[in-house]
Ligand binder design. Structure first.
Ligand SMILES: Nc1ncnc2c1ncn2[C@@H]1O[C@H](COP(=O)(O)OP(=O)(O)O)[C@@H](O)[C@H]1O
Ligand SMILES: [Mg+2]
Length: 1162
């Protein structure tokens, strides 16, 4: 996406920020073209791009920048610095960039006057403005103030401190006589003893100080006090090659008069161990340089010449020191003593040691430095012997064994003695420093003070490659101060916004509490561990380091082993040789007591910034400045101020401050209304101020605008008063309108509430009444509901067939009872629930019993009907079942019949075939037989004719005889039996049994009882033969093809039986029982011949049962063994084929259908 080439700041490792134009926006980053062609196009993360606003415009207060961010802040400072405007604000914090050169008129008395009484922001930013603010705050808030000056070494802290003191003293100490001078004089002394040249600052304070200027209740300076902290002692014995020891040593060498130097045996820096390893050049000016003799100069100074610094001159500064010491009240003798101690430190440093040899393994003062020892002892005013003893041995007080308290001198090794010497030198020098500060303090006259303004010049947070314990302490103090800064500016500020309800968004900042805990925590802080270590009989650095890593390292991101460092020199250290501590980076320190003081006071911050590391004017390095800004927490403050209100004033204070300028009618306003009236009538933008609960807040710079206007000339003030009055009128009017509206609203509210109340009331009343009468109306409803039961009963009654009327009467009675019960309840408002219940229960019971009775009769009726219905149903069911069963049976039978029929058909066919064959055989046999019979008949006929002839002859003879009384010879000729009878007889003759002589009854009994099949069969044959004979006899006169009443088989059958029969060869298997059905006609009177069916059941050959079915009369059933005489004598042997073909052989079922089978068959 392309955008319209907006100007932005992009982060750059060297410049801090580069001005560039946005070219292309990508996901998380953007393409930018730096405005300066020197730099190529680059891709930058959005986090590192900031809107630029107008990069050429600078503002006094960074909060006034159009865009508040670190880039615009840096740019503002850079462009201002180039215009020699070294000061800017971030809200109330002053940022001061060291100019490293004198800016004309910057700190002149006229400038001091200019800033007097002016609020912050009214004039261009200045350290004087901060001093004035502190003074005014002290006055207004009646609270002591602190000005905390912080910054890296060489950033200008000490200078700023001096200007602040100068400002305070110039304005309010004039009448206090020497106080001002005493306070100002302290500086050269302190600097001579406490400052040194370092790589970062030629005049670096190696101690911290808190200088208090005390005021009485009339706000006049009445005294001062200096506290100092943490003088860097290691510098007394060693310095790096570019650095120097404390100035005073060089002042003595370069500036002390010949006589004094001779007395102190002071020569040149080269001659002293404590000076010669560092820089040994003096600070001089061209003039002062000439005053130094060659014997005073070190080789380095002689070759390289003097060092130059506008404010340092070792020759002149000795004079200044000497004078200042006098002014703070040191006598000549005292001054001499001071110099002596300084010289003694140098001589002491030159005392050397060597191994003593011998059993004790100790050391002794080298003989060649014995002189130095003497001089040092002399200067310090101690016995040389004692000093020597103290240096080469240590005193041990035995606590066990021997006599308690016996002091033993333990010899020291050479390096131990050297350490002892250095420790002594440091102790002596730092005591001297304490003494001097003490003397300065006592010299400052002091009256009872009401308030003070304290200026804290904090020894810079330093980081060297290797940091000693002293530096650790300084840095610890800096952490404490940074925390204080965070708390005061960021935490408390945000807390205040919350309390006052300003709704300012929360700003996050790096809280360094954890780092402080790490150092000072009671049970396992670094200090605590160190304490423990020092109590051990044989403390070890490695053990201490180990303890630190072990106790604290595990889960603390602030603490690491040296290996983790980005610095190569650190990584060469072993884990037990050191530790890394992550500081917030950048500021200074003091003890807890000081912290308490700061917390009680109002606080003002001056953040000093070092523009370049070359310590020259006019040069400024963006990235260096940026780092300092970040480290000092300024960026966080800026973020806070983006939304915050740095200036604020309680309503009461504003009221008091400006009351005097306004006419009495405005004076009488309450503070809050007063403030509102004034602020509103000023026409400030709404964004520029906010009313809190107790105070009014201003955006940066707006308070001063406000203040300026309030204090402007009467003409202007008049217009302000007019505006205020107008605003008051307007606001009163608005209030009146608002009040009216509120009252209307209130009225409406009251009306609304009234309505609501009525609703509530009526609901409640209704509720109460309903509750009171609920039993009654519920009771009535309940009782009325019983009428439904009556209706039910009515309908039940209507269905009743019996006792209808009495039931109806009962129901009517009940109905009346219900009505009267309802009337009772209605009529009696006081009727109780139990009474109603009783009424109800009584009615219910009656109805129930009535109902029960009704229901009982109903049920009875129903039962009866039901039973009837059931019975019908059952019958129907049974019928249906029967029909079903029959149908099933029929189907089964049909199936069976079909099967049998098929079987029979098959059999019939087989038989037909057999019959045809048989017939053919028969025919042939018949033909043969016919022929035989014809032959026989012919023979017979011939015989008959012959016999007839004979008979006639005989008769003739008889007649003749009669006529002649003659005698006839022979008998009439006998008719010969037919051939057939003969054949039958022959057949019978072959039978096993000859039954021809048996009686009929014998035959019958045998048939019924015998088990001898053959006998049985024989009996039956015999029986039937006789039967046949009988019937044959009987049939002689019968009419053909009709069946006479006494005949038991149709004539056709009889006829058929007459035809010649063929002997059946045994029975057909499975056809023992056979059934036949044959239609017949019984002779009537011609047209009325009776038709019917004749049935025969053959058991084997013979009819076992026979039946006749007539249309008009009861059937005749005959059974073998009972009705033998009437039964048909035919057997199946008699023309069975005819029977089968001509008549119908019926299946069993058909016979059964005529219930033949039902007839018992014994
Ligand atoms: N306002 C100033 N005007 C001119 N030069 C200054 C100013 N502030 C500091 N300097 C120069 O910078 C040097 C270091 O300042 P100093 O206050 O000693 O630093 P710090 O105390 O922060 O270490 C001073 O010696 C002086 O030359
Ligand atoms: Mg300093």
């Amino acid at each position: 996406m392309t955008i319209d080439k907006q100007l932005v700041w992009v982060r750059d490792p060297n410049e801090g920020f580069l001005l560039a134009r946005l070219q292309e926006l990508m996901g998380e980053e953007a393409d930018v073209f730096p405005v300066d062609n020197k730099y190529p196009k680059r891709v930058v993360s959005f986090d590192d791009i900031f809107p630029a606003g107008d990069p050429a415009k600078d503002v006094d207060d960074n909060c006034e920048l159009m865009f508040l961010n670190e880039a615009t802040l840096l740019n503002n400072m850079l462009i201002r610095y180039k215009k020699r405007k070294i000061y800017t604000y971030v809200a109330n914090i002053l940022l001061a960039v060291n100019p490293y050169e004198d800016i004309p008129d910057m700190y002149s008395p006229s400038t001091i006057k200019k800033y007097h009484g002016r609020s912050l922001g009214e004039l261009p930013p200045h350290v004087f403005a901060i001093a004035d603010k502190a003074f005014r705050d002290m006055k207004a808030l009646k609270q002591s103030q602190s000005i905390i000056v912080s910054g890296e070494s060489g950033a200008g802290k000490t200078e700023s401190t001096k200007y602040i003191l100068k400002y305070l003293c110039e304005l309010w100490a004039k009448s206090a006589g020497p106080v001002e001078q005493k306070i100002l004089d302290a500086n050269p002394i302190l600097e001579a003893f406490g400052n040194a040249k370092t790589t970062r600052n030629n005049n670096s304070s190696r101690f911290g100080k808190f200088m208090e200027v005390h005021f009485n209740n009339k706000y006049q300076v009445v005294g001062g006090h200096i506290s100092h902290y943490l003088l860097e002692k290691s510098r007394i014995c060693t310095q790096s090659s570019e650095e120097r020891n404390y100035h005073v040593f060089y002042l003595l060498c370069a500036g002390a008069p010949q006589e004094l130097r001779a007395a102190l045996k002071i020569t040149k820096p080269d001659d002293y161990l404590y000076l010669k390893n560092g820089c040994t050049q003096y600070f001089t000016t061209p003039q002062s340089g000439k005053k130094i003799s060659a014997s005073q100069m070190s080789k380095q100074h002689q070759t390289k010449g003097g060092l130059r610094d506008p404010i340092l001159d070792d020759v002149e500064d000795f004079q200044r020191l000497h004078l200042a010491l006098s002014r703070v009240g040191l006598t000549e003798e005292e001054k001499r003593s001071v110099y002596s101690v300084v010289a003694a430190v140098l001589h002491l440093g030159n005392v050397e040691f060597e191994e003593e040899g011998g059993a004790r393994g100790g050391c002794r003062v080298s003989p060649h430095s014995e002189g130095e020892l003497q001089v040092a002892a002399g200067l310090l005013g101690v016995e040389a012997g004692e000093l020597r003893m103290a240096l080469v041995s240590r005193l041990m007080q035995s606590s066990r064994g021997g006599m308690k308290g016996t002091a033993i001198m333990v010899p020291l090794k050479t390096y131990e003695a050297q350490n002892a010497r250095d420790a002594l030198a440091k102790a002596v020098y730092s005591r001297l420093f304490d003494f001097i500060v003490h003397r300065i303090n006592t010299s400052i006259p002091f009256q009872a003070s009401s308030y003070y303004i304290g200026v804290l010049d904090i020894a810079g947070f330093e980081y060297f490659q290797m940091n000693s314990f002293e530096q650790f302490c300084i840095n610890y103090c800096n952490e404490k101060l940074q925390q204080f800064f965070n708390e005061r500016i960021l935490k408390n500020e945000q807390e205040l916004y919350r309390r006052e309800g300003l709704h300012v968004p929360e700003i996050r900042f790096v809280d360094n509490q954890d780092c402080i805990d790490l150092i000072e925590s009671k049970n396992h802080g670094i200090f605590h561990i160190l304490d423990e270590e020092s109590k051990l009989p044989k403390p070890e650095f490695s053990h201490f380091t180990h303890a630190i890593h072990k106790e604290l390292g595990a889960n603390n991101s602030r603490l690491q082993v040296p290996r983790a460092s980005r610095l190569k020199a650190h990584r060469t250290l072993r884990d037990d040789e050191g530790f890394l501590l992550r500081h917030f980076a950048g500021a200074v320190c003091y003890n807890t007591q000081l912290m308490d003081k700061l917390k009680e006071n109002g606080t003002n911050f001056v953040r000093c910034i070092k523009p370049n590391s070359r310590m020259v004017g006019g040069e400024i390095e963006g990235s260096l400045v940026l780092t300092q800004l970040q480290c000092s927490g300024t960026i966080s403050v800026l973020a806070l101020m983006e939304h915050g209100y740095p200036s604020r004033a309680p309503f009461n204070d504003l009221h008091q401050m400006y009351n005097q300028y306004l006419p009495p009618k405005l004076q009488s306003l309450s503070p809050k209304v007063f403030c509102q009236a004034i602020v509103h009538s000023f026409g400030l933008s709404d964004k520029d101020y906010k009313f809190g609960v107790t105070r009014v807040f201003f955006r940066p710079g707006k308070y001063s605008e406000f203040d300026t206007m309030m204090r402007s000339d009467p003409e202007n003030l008049k217009s302000i008063v007019d505006a205020v009055l107008a605003w008051l009128v307007k606001s009163r009017w608005r209030r009146a309108v608002f009040s009216v509206l509120s009252i209307i609203k209130l009225k409406n509210k009251i009306l609304y509430r009234r309505e609501c109340l009525i609703t509530i009331q009526k609901s409640v009343r209704g509720y109460l009444v309903r509750r009171a009468h609920r039993p009654r109306y519920k009771g009535i409803a309940k009782i009325r509901a019983l009428e439904n039961n009556l209706k039910e009963m009515d309908s039940v009654t209507a269905q009743l067939k019996k006792e209808k009327d009495s039931a109806k009467k009962n129901i009517e009675n009940l109905r009346n009872s219900i009505r009267s019960a309802c009337a009772t309840i209605k009529g009696n408002a006081k009727i109780s629930r139990t009474e109603i219940d009783q009424l109800y229960n009584k009615l219910t019971k009656e109805i129930e019993s009535q109902m029960a009775a009704l229901q009982k009769s109903m049920i009875d009726q129903k039962n009866r009907e039901e039973q009837e219905r059931l019975r019908r149903l059952e019958a129907e069911l049974r019928l249906a079942e029967e029909a079903k069963r029959k149908e099933a049976e029929r189907l089964r039978q049909e199936e069976e019949n079909r099967r049998l029929k098929a079987e029979m058909e098959a059999r019939r066919k087989a038989e037909e075939a057999e019959r045809l064959r048989q017939e053919e055989q028969d025919r042939r046999a018949a033909e043969i037989l016919q022929k035989q019979m014809e032959d026989a008949a012919r023979a017979d006929l011939e015989n008959r004719e012959r016999l007839e002839q004979e008979r006639r002859d005989h008769e003739m003879a008889v007649r003749l005889a009669k006529e002649t009384n003659g005698h006839v010879e022979g008998s009439p000729p006998q008719l010969r039996r037919s051939e057939r009878v003969r054949m039958q007889q022959a057949l019978q003759g072959k039978q096993k049994y000859d039954l021809s002589k048996w009686k009929y009854s014998e035959l019958r009994d045998t048939i019924n009882t015998s088990c001898d099949i053959e006998l049985l069969e024989a009996c039956r044959h015999e029986f039937h033969r006789r039967l046949k004979v009988y019937h044959a006899w009987k049939a002689k006169n019968a009419r053909k093809s009709t069946m006479a009443d006494q005949e038991r088989a149709p004539q056709s059958i009889m006829d058929a039986a007459k035809s010649p029969r063929v002997q059946q060869k045994g029975e057909i298997l499975g056809a023992r029982h056979r059934y036949f059905r044959i239609p017949f006609v019984r002779a009537g009177d011609g047209a009325n011949d009776k038709r019917g069916w004749w049935y025969a059941h053959f058991d084997g050959q013979y009819v076992a049962r026979q039946m006749e079915l007539h249309a008009d009369k009861t059937p005749v059933l005959l059974q073998a063994g009972i009705d033998d005489m009437q039964m048909c004598e035919l057997n199946t042997m008699d023309r069975p084929t005819d029977l089968r073909t001509r008549y119908q052989e019926v299946l069993v079922y058909k016979v059964q259908n005529v219930e033949l089978s039902d007839v018992p068959y014994s």
